[in-house]
Design a protein around this ligand. Structure first.
Ligand code: BDP
Length: 655
């Protein structure tokens, strides 16, 4: 098995170099099962010798070889956990189940030489989230508006080309990369299910089975986005009413066939009654009725339905200030708490709007204690620079996961699962911008352990991908603050959607201001921001538990970075930082665009240290980032100068 990945594809964080520390050391693997065999193949591919004293032992706890390692001390390791320690010159990985052994193996790879030095007691590692999932928004065909991968910035799909399933070598290499981060589930197709993709559930099911077979050796299960209208469009029934017996029987039969083809199939992902997708509202039913119908069909086989909470009216009247898209998910779903089946998981975007650069955490995450909630992030950088801007999202996600939304519980504790929209395509660098790989890597690592430091995760990625000798300081200087840098030259203080409509790249302050999408900033000559207070606004702040309902309600207590998300304030309003809103806009936009220039300068230090094609690709993207950041700076500053008439206190050029 090649460890470098398929030809023409740039190795990502698991080139053979990463497994080199194993190459000179004898390794013993004890246990049986598909994933144990995968570990054996990995060890062999790393070139580990077959004779001599073992330096690494990977064993299931049920094997005799585990007996001398005080297994009892670390307690149960579950389906995916492992324990790792080192004694008498031998590193040991123990796991109760084969998947744990695989994750333990990748732990050794991550640590490199350090896994073979010193002595340390057994330490237990179990994932915080039982499912760590990536949703691909891939179409089989190329869609006339959204292309083949919706919001994809890395070329075409790794699964399909020209309407047919591709050679799956690349997918096998992808599964290996994902397993090394801890991801254990993928949904293979777009949540907006078009006619061709709908058939993956029925007559094209063989393609899904082939993908499942390709990723299975790395512990990854396959899920499928399905259309709520499938009983009508595929089954020829007169209705898709979730309470109709014929409809329920159709889902049961169809799901049975899926499991005959793919015994470890994960389940369905559903976007219903949202942005034109069909759903239970069309039949006068609730979203619990809708989700439960599919959950019941999957339950006999152990499958789950991921039901998305991204449900809102995208045909709003922009003149009506009482409507608020931020409220929609909570308004639709919070009253249904307790009504969802055990195998129905409500998939909630991390913020109340739509993956903006800065949003508060969605109040839905704390509002449904009797419902299993998955938090959804976006690895693909739809609103954060589209893989043309170097933006490391680890710090943003870490902030979200650690946010203490409910009394005594942060988001990571409230969520049962973490899901993200994938950023991978058939691009030679996997993610378009080579540095965007770090986001994919960080997603898996944070889903495994949300307490990890995102900057240490970045170090892991640098070591594994670019090697330990590269100018790490330059990379940290480029990436550590890059999310905040992007925020500073784009939309200020929690205001969102100042992007060009449709493709969402580049500035267009009023692009969505007078449209039906519900994404407003309400800038006028006196002020800017959305009043979401209970006192005078949309009442959205009331969806939060204390203390956040009060913190966000209060213009004095609201954090600066979310001020315009929650309040409409005059341009002269003084922030906690001491600056006025208008001066903050000017200052951050000038500074952000300068930091983009600095980022480009820092990359030059890596010339000669990384592969020339990789170096060139990043350089080309940085040129675009610098251009785009200047464009953002000029348009945002000019817009607010013309609206407010307030000149820049520092006298810089604004037209
Ligand atoms: C938005 C995207 C759109 C997706 C939608 C979703 O612009 O392409 O279909 O989210 O999550 O951010 O369903």
């Amino acid at each position: 098995m090649s460890t470098e990945g398929p030809p023409g594809v740039h190795p990502a964080w698991l080139p053979s170099r990463a497994t080199q520390p194993l190459g000179s050391r004898r390794t013993l693997v004890h246990g049986t099962g598909t994933l144990v065999d995968t570990v054996r193949r990995e060890v062999a591919a790393a070139g580990a010798p077959e004779t001599g004293e073992p330096a690494l032992v990977l064993t299931l706890t049920s094997e005799d070889a585990a007996a001398s390692w005080h297994v009892g001390e670390v307690g149960a390791l579950g389906d995916e956990g492992y324990a790792i320690g080192r004694r008498d010159g031998v590193t040991v990985v123990l796991a109760d189940r084969p998947a744990g052994l695989l994750y333990g193996f990748f732990h050794v790879v991550r640590r490199g030489e350090a896994a073979f030095t010193g002595e340390w007691p057994l330490a237990r590692h179990v994932p915080a989230m039982p499912r760590r999932m990536l949703d691909h928004w891939d179409n089989v065909d190329t869609h006339p508006v959204t292309g083949q991968v919706e919001r994809g910035y890395s070329g075409g799909s790794i699964f399909w080309r020209d309407g047919a399933l591709r050679d799956l070598d690349r997918v096998r290499a992808y599964a290996r990369l994902l397993a090394a981060t801890g991801v254990n589930a993928i949904a293979v197709n777009n949540v907006n299910v078009h006619a061709t993709e709908a058939r993956l559930l029925t007559d094209r099911l063989g393609e899904v089975a082939a993908i499942a077979e390709a990723v299975r050796p790395y512990g990854i299960r396959v899920h499928l986005s399905v259309s709520f209208a499938a009983p009508v469009t595929l089954g020829g029934l007169p209705t898709a009413d979730p309470l109709d017996e014929g409809v329920r029987a159709w889902w049961a039969r169809t799901s049975q066939r899926v499991y005959e083809a793919i015994p470890d199939f994960g389940g369905y992902v559903v976007k219903a009654d949202s942005e034109g997708q069909p759903g239970p509202f069309g039949y006068g039913r609730s979203h619990a009725d809708g989700a439960n119908a599919l959950a019941d069909a999957l339950a006999p086989f152990g499958g789950v339905v991921h039901w998305r909470a991204f449900v809102y009216d995208h045909r709003q009247d922009w003149r009506d200030r009482s409507t608020d898209r931020a409220r929609a998910a909570y308004d639709h779903f919070a009253p249904l708490d307790g009504q969802f089946r055990d195998n129905a998981i409500l998939q909630v975007k991390h913020g109340p709007m739509d993956f903006q650069t800065r949003e508060p955490v969605s109040p839905v995450v704390a509002a449904m204690p009797r419902t299993k909630v998955a938090v959804e992030l976006q690895v693909t950088q739809e609103y954060t620079g589209q893989q043309r801007h170097a933006v490391y999202l680890g710090p943003m996600w870490s902030e979200i996961l650690r946010f203490p939304l409910a009394e005594g519980a942060d988001v990571a504790a409230l969520a049962r699962e973490l899901v993200a929209v994938s950023s991978v395509g058939d691009d030679p660098f996997w993610t378009g911008h080579p540095l965007a790989q770090a986001n994919l890597y960080a997603f898996g690592r944070l889903a495994w352990d949300p307490a990890l430091d995102p900057l240490s995760i970045l170090d892991e990625w640098i070591d594994l991908t670019l090697g330990p000798e590269v100018d790490r300081a330059a990379l940290h200087a480029m990436l550590d603050e890059s999310w905040r840098t992007y925020e500073s030259y784009t939309a200020p203080l929690g205001v969102g959607f100042m992007v060009r409509p449709g493709h969402h790249y580049g500035p267009d302050v009023d692009g969505y201001e007078y449209t039906a999408w519900g994404t407003y900033h309400f800038a006028d000559r006196d002020g800017v921001g959305v009043d979401r207070t209970r006192a005078t606004g949309t009442g959205f702040t009331g969806q939060y538990p204390a203390p956040w309902s009060e913190v966000y309600e209060s213009v004095e207590r609201c954090p600066d970075e979310l001020l315009l998300f929650f309040h409409h304030v005059p341009y002269g309003h003084v922030l906690h930082s001491g600056s006025t809103v208008i001066q903050h806009i000017y200052d951050t936009h000038f500074a952000g665009a300068e930091r983009a220039v600095e980022t480009r300068r820092l990359w030059e230090r890596l010339d000669g240290q990384v592969a020339p094609d990789l170096f060139a690709r990043v350089r080309e993207r940085l040129d675009e980032q610098v251009r785009s950041a200047a464009e953002w700076r000029d348009q945002i500053n000019t817009y607010f100068f013309r609206k407010s008439g307030v000149p820049d206190a520092k006298g810089r050029p604004i037209h």
